[in-house]
Write a protein that binds this ligand. Structure first.
Ligand SMILES: C[S@@+](CC[C@H](N)C(=O)[O-])C[C@H]1O[C@@H](n2cnc3c(N)ncnc32)[C@H](O)[C@@H]1O
Length: 347
């Protein structure tokens, strides 16, 4: 696959002023513009200003910006949400994308101000914006409970969009006990357990995140077969008797050297015949994209860990073989540039 992106003046303007585009989108969400237009489609600028508590001039700046971006539509003097806005940016929608904007606003935006220096240094200098212990964002968030919630809400929203494709893309029925490693707030574990009523699922997470996950599991009524296993999978053992380990949106965090180490740990932790599954966005083998994948890597370099990136399919497959998995399969064609790679141990 070669790079087919057209770099024209419009694209240059959008990239150069990407910060303005994001701030307009985020302001619309924070000011509840999309909720307002969902409840009252066709409002005039005056009525919108009144509802949002904005004077005429700032309201005009917001509405012209969001109209030009296509986030809202203007018909005569009346404003409406675009179809995608209605589906993804209105509060309470099952696929709501708004928490992802919160993560961008509170974590990614501040940290990426140090992107250039992080490139030069080859490490995550943007992490200094989140004071605390440890060299990764995940460790630092422990000292920032409000930001940790923002982060987990965003991961949960991303997972809500993506995990149905995991369930549609792979049949988990041959497994009896699956570990969701770095399972976050339990969104994926709950969805998988609901789909497979005989499957036992254990979320292997840091202690503070396990607390959030355990609350969500209990609220979902699944505490009898979805468990938490607080710890660090680099240093603490996996639970015994497991036949599958799932990593959702995890292997982008580290370099491939470190990923290979983790795959070796997993190869020893699953029973013979068991599998390790990687589910996340996959980079093209020729390193030309796709765009959403390529735009994710700066966050890992400058903020999250200073070593991760959206690796390619073949990088993962090669590491699976090196770690000793006898059979390695890719599941392609999933939406959102996602894919699944399954490595299986000899029985
Ligand atoms: C990018 S989020 C992915 C969350 C979830 N899998 C999903 O798809 O929404 C990474 C998660 O991995 C957890 N994590 C990172 N390093 C870990 C480690 N060494 N042991 C256990 N959990 C870890 C973090 O606490 C965080 O919740």
């Amino acid at each position: 696959m070669s790079n087919k992106t057209v770099f024209d003046l419009e694209r240059l303007a959008l990239i150069a002023q990407g910060h303005s585009a994001f701030q307009l989108l985020w302001a619309g969400a924070e000011l509840k513009l999309y909720d307002t237009l969902c409840g009252s489609p066709g409002l005039s600028p005056g009525a919108i200003g009144e509802a949002l508590g904005l004077a005429e001039y700032p309201c005009r700046v917001l509405l012209v910006g969001l109209t030009a971006l296509g986030v809202v539509e203007k018909r005569g003097d009346a404003y409406f949400n675009a179809d995608l806005t209605e589906r993804l940016l209105v509060s309470g929608q099952p696929e709501s994308f708004t928490p992802v904007l919160g993560w961008q606003a509170h974590i990614v935006y501040p940290g990426l101000q140090d992107f250039l220096e992080s490139l030069r240094a080859g490490t995550n200098l943007g992490l200094a914006r989140f004071p605390g212990e440890g060299t990764t964002l995940y460790q630092r968030l422990v000292a920032h409970p409000a930001l940790e919630q923002v982060f987990q809400d965003a991961m949960s929203a991303l997972s809500n969009q993506a995990n149905r494709h995991l369930l549609a893309g792979y049949d988990f029925s041959r497994f009896s006990h699956l570990v969701d490693a770095g399972g976050g707030d339990g969104t994926n574990a709950i969805a998988i357990a609901r789909h497979y009523p005989d499957l036992k699922v254990t979320i292997f997470e840091s202690p503070s995140v396990c607390e959030i996950a355990a609350r969500n599991v209990a609220a979902a009524g699944l505490a009898d077969r979805v468990f938490t296993h607080p710890g660090d999978f680099w240093t603490d053992p996996f639970p015994c008797g497991i036949d599958a380990i799932l990593f959702c949106h995890m292997f982008t965090i580290w370099s491939m050297e470190r990923n290979l180490q983790l795959l070796r740990i997993c190869a020893a932790a699953v029973e013979p015949g068991g599998s390790v599954l990687l589910f996340n966005m996959m980079g093209d083998d020729d390193r030309s994209g796709p765009l959403s994948t390529a735009l994710g890597s700066p966050y890992f370099l400058a903020i999250a860990t200073g070593e991760g990136e959206l690796h390619s399919w073949s990088d993962y497959e090669q590491a699976m073989h090196q770690a000793g998995f006898a059979e390695v399969k890719r599941v392609t064609g999933l939406p959102l540039n996602h894919g699944i790679i399954v490595g299986t141990r000899r029985a």
